[in-house]
Design a protein around this ligand. Structure first.
Ligand SMILES: Cc1cc2nc3c(=O)[nH]c(=O)nc-3n(C[C@H](O)[C@H](O)[C@H](O)COP(=O)(O)OP(=O)(O)OC[C@H]3O[C@@H](n4cnc5c(N)ncnc54)[C@H](O)[C@@H]3O)c2cc1C
Ligand code: FES
Length: 262
């Protein structure tokens, strides 16, 4: 883990309150694996709440990319950083996704939840470590919430299925609708699969239930409020069958069968 003083390379709006931030952070980019996160010290925030956690969307050539949505004062302040600015980025943190898959790899993302799934898809495609096809199921309220779909398609070898609440892209409904169709055809074919998911809690719960209900492995990236990011403050507790776990250390990726939902 490094606490790297990195330099902002680019920072751009990608529509509907989402931004893409690229920073030069060689040690981090070398070490990070899909599903791990970085804790970014946001300039212009008071000392009590300096950092915000973000998944790594991509890591290549000594640089890491994050995709984020402006939701409050931390992400609004982060929006002010400019190319050439120094940015303190701590990481890689937490436990990520397994980088192999026994069967088809079903990647299920909601909103900015596709961020760690892109990094995972890229690694799985490059390594051939999935013993079946790699498929992305992305969902959002509208088309504008479906992020980086062109990047997944450009990987070559990732099948993409979309769902939006308003029907502006893909099927009208929830991301679990196309996922359920896929689960039925996989079951009919007797094919093995694993599910990898990141997104809002209701989606994660629905996906985790499908993984445990079908007896497949599910890997669920939980999104919890964090303060320290390194296991000290216990702000990010997730209930599991083994008791309380810290999302920033034992997670953010948990096995579906280990999660306890309130
Ligand atoms: C492991 C991990 C990975 C993440 N990866 C990404 C990512 O790739 N892209 C991205 O845009 N965001 C990501 N997040 C969420 C991001 O950290 C929060 O959106 C951010 O910290 C909000 O800070 P803020 O000061 O702008 O919002 P605040 O002012 O703190 O809150 C504004 C609103 O956002 C909600 N909120 C705050 N933190 C979270 C959170 N962790 N999860 C859900 N809602 C939250 C609050 O309840 C409130 O409604 C991740 C969070 C975790 C824990
Ligand atoms: S954020 Fe402090 S223990 Fe996880």
């Amino acid at each position: 883990m490094t606490d790297e003083k990195s330099t902002v390379v680019s920072h751009e709006e990608i529509g509907s309150g989402y931004r893409r931030l690229v920073v030069e952070a060689p040690a981090l980019a070398e070490a990070v694996t899909p599903g791990q996160f970085v804790h970014v010290r946001v300039p212009a925030l008071e000392a009590s709440a300096l950092r915000r956690p973000f998944s790594v969307f991509d890591a290549e050539g000594g640089r890491i990319t994050i995709l984020y949505k402006e939701v409050g004062r931390g992400t609004a302040a982060l929006g002010q950083v400019r190319p050439g600015d120094a940015l303190n980025v701590m990481g890689p943190l937490g436990r990520g996704f397994p980088e192999k898959c026994d069967g088809a790899a079903l990647l299920v993302g909601g909103g900015y939840g596709v961020a760690p799934l892109y990094f995972l898809a890229k690694r799985l495609v490059a390594s051939g470590a999935a013993a079946g096809p790699v498929k992305l199921f992305a969902g959002g309220r509208t088309k504008a919430d479906l992020l980086a779909i062109d990047r997944f398609e450009a990987l070559g070898g990732v099948e993409v299925r979309l769902a939006t609440n308003d029907g502006s892209a893909g099927v009208k409904g929830l991301v679990t609708d196309p996922l359920d169709d896929e689960l039925i055809s996989l079951r009919n074919a007797g094919s093995r699969f694993e599910i990898f998911a990141c997104g809002p809690d209701p989606m994660l719960r629905a996906v985790a239930m499908r993984a445990t209900g079908t007896g497949a492995k599910g890997w669920i990236s939980m999104d919890r409020h964090m303060i320290c990011g390194v296991g000290v403050c216990y702000a990010c507790i997730q209930k599991t069958v083994r008791g309380n776990s810290r999302c920033c250390v034992e997670g953010p990726v948990f096995a579906a069968e280990d999660l306890v939902w309130d």
